[in-house]
Design a protein around this ligand. Structure first.
Ligand SMILES: Cc1cc2nc3c(=O)[nH]c(=O)nc-3n(C[C@H](O)[C@H](O)[C@H](O)COP(=O)(O)OP(=O)(O)OC[C@H]3O[C@@H](n4cnc5c(N)ncnc54)[C@H](O)[C@@H]3O)c2cc1C
Length: 374
C-alpha cells in the first residue's frame, strides 16, 4: 500500500500539468499512466496554441493559459518548441468576413480584444500563399503553436524533478472509495491510496467518472492529421478557415501539417485508431483550394489520436458531484492542448484551497446531471 496526498490518473498534458502545479504547492503526488506520458492526444496533436475561435466559456481560461505559454520556459525549463506567429482564420467571401466581424464584436462585448478582423492587404502580407479568392480574415496575433510530445515530457519531467512520483506502463484497473481515501488497484498488482483523486484520463475519463456514478455524455473520437514532405518556407502563422474545417501550418523544417478535426475511428480498449481516407481526401482538397501551391505536395504520413468529445463540446473541469475528494479534468473535445498549462493550475488551486478565481462553472460535471433530470 502506498499513500500520497493526491493520486492522478492519466499522464497526458492535463495530468502532468496538474502534477506539476500540485507539487509546486507542496502536495505529494502520484501520477499513474497506463502507457507513457504523451502517448495519446496530448503527444500526437497539431500543437495549436490557440485562443482564436474558442467557445466563449473557454475564453477566460484560454487567455490565462496563453499568458503561461508566453513564459513556458520559466514554468517547465523548456520552451516546448512554442512559437508565436499568430493564428488566422481565412475569410473566403464577404459573408465570411461578416462572420469574422460578428465574432470579433461578440468577443469585445465579453471584454476581450485578441481577435481582430484584417482586410485583404494585411492578409496577403501575412499569408502570401493564400488563394486569390481569399478576402481577409480573423487574426489572434499572440497565438501560435508548440511541439506536443516535447511539451508533455517537459511538464512530466518538471513535476518529477519537484517530487511527483510518475508511474508509467501500468493502468489503474479499479478505483474506489475506501473510508477516508481512494484506493486504486494497478494492473501490476500494487494498490495506491490517496485522499484526493484527479481524473485526467482523457478519452477514458468518462469511464473513471462512471465508477463514481457520474454519467458524462462523452464520445471517444479519432481526430486525424497529415504531414507533407518539406516545402520551401512559405507560411509563419497557423491558418484555419471561417466556413470550412482546416488547421494548416508549416514547421521550420519545411514540412506542412494538415488537420482540421476530420475523424477516423477510435478503439479505446486497444488504443488503436483507423484512418478514414475519404475524409483525409476531403481535408487535402480544402488545402488545394485554399493554397494552390500545395497542389503537388506529397503527404508522407497520416495518423490519428484518441480524444474525448463531450456532448456540448467543452470539457469537464472541477469537483465531482457525487464523491468528495474527486476532481475531473477531461473531455477537452479536440482543443485541450492550449488549455493544459492553466487547467493544471486550476486543478491544483481547487485541490489545495477548494476554489479558483477563473470561471469554471460552465465546465461543471453537474451540467449533465441537470440536463438528464430536466
Ligand atoms: C489529432 C489531434 C489534433 C489536435 N490538435 C489540437 C490543437 O491543435 N490544439 C489544441 O489545443 N488541442 C488539440 N487537440 C486536443 C488535445 O490534444 C487534447 O484535448 C488534450 O491533449 C487532452 O489532454 P488530456 O491530458 O486530457 O488527455 P490525453 O493526452 O489523452 O491523456 C490521458 C491519459 O490518460 C491515460 N489513462 C487513461 N485511463 C487510464 C487508466 N485507467 N490508468 C492509467 N492511465 C490512464 C491515457 O493512457 C492517456 O495517456 C488535438 C487532438 C488530436 C487527437
Amino acid at each position: 500500500m502506498s499513500v500520497s496526498d493526491v493520486l492522478i490518473i492519466g499522464g497526458g498534458l492535463h495530468g502532468c500539468s496538474a502534477a506539476l502545479h500540485l507539487t509546486m504547492r507542496g502536495a505529494s503526488v502520484t501520477l499513474v499512466e497506463k502507457d507513457y506520458a504523451g502517448r495519446h492526444a496530448s503527444g500526437v496533436n497539431a500543437g495549436g496554441v490557440r485562443r482564436l475561435g474558442r467557445h466563449l466559456a473557454e475564453v477566460p481560461l484560454s487567455v490565462a493559459s496563453m499568458e503561461l505559454w508566453h513564459r513556458i520556459e520559466d514554468l517547465v525549463d523548456d520552451d516546448c518548441g512554442f512559437e508565436s506567429h499568430g493564428q488566422i482564420k481565412l475569410a473566403e467571401s464577404e459573408a465570411d468576413l461578416d462572420a469574422c466581424r460578428r465574432r470579433s464584436a461578440e468577443l469585445r462585448a465579453a471584454g476581450f480584444d485578441h481577435e481582430e478582423v484584417i482586410g485583404e492587404k494585411e492578409l496577403r502580407e501575412l499569408v502570401p500563399a493564400a488563394a486569390p479568392h481569399v478576402v481577409g480574415g480573423l487574426i489572434s496575433r499572440a497565438d501560435g503553436a508548440a511541439l506536443p510530445f516535447r511539451t508533455v515530457q517537459a511538464f512530466r519531467n518538471k513535476a518529477r524533478k519537484l517530487g511527483a512520483r510518475i508511474i508509467e506502463g501500468t493502468a489503474v484497473d479499479d478505483v474506489r472509495r475506501e473510508r477516508a481515501a481512494f484506493a486504486a488497484r494497478l494492473a501490476d498488482g500494487r494498490t495506491l491510496r490517496a485522499p484526493v483523486l484527479v481524473n485526467a484520463a482523457g478519452a477514458w475519463g468518462g469511464r473513471i467518472a462512471a465508477r463514481f456514478g457520474e454519467t458524462v455524455p462523452v464520445d471517444v473520437v479519432a481526430p486525424m492529421l497529415m504531414i507533407t514532405e518539406r516545402r520551401a518556407p512559405f507560411l509563419k502563422p497557423v491558418v484555419g478557415a471561417t466556413s470550412r474545417t482546416l488547421s494548416f501550418k508549416q514547421f521550420s523544417n519545411g514540412t506542412v501539417l494538415i488537420g482540421g478535426g476530420y475523424l477516423g475511428h477510435a478503439d479505446p480498449d486497444t488504443n488503436r485508431t483507423v484512418l478514414d481516407y475519404a475524409r483525409l481526401g476531403q481535408n487535402a482538397r480544402t488545402v488545394r483550394e485554399l493554397f494552390p501551391a500545395m497542389r503537388d505536395a506529397q503527404v508522407v504520413r497520416a495518423w490519428a489520436g484518441i480524444e474525448a468529445r463531450t456532448a456540448d463540446g467543452i470539457p469537464v473541469i472541477g469537483p465531482s458531484a457525487t464523491e468528495e475528494g474527486l476532481f475531473h479534468s477531461f473531455g477537452y473535445s479536440l482543443h485541450g492542448f492550449q488549455l493544459g498549462p492553466v487547467c493544471g493550475a486550476i486543478l491544483a488551486e481547487l485541490v489545495s484551497t477548494g476554489r479558483t478565481n477563473l470561471p469554471i462553472a460552465p465546465f461543471s460535471v453537474e451540467r449533465f446531471r441537470t440536463a438528464r433530470t430536466a
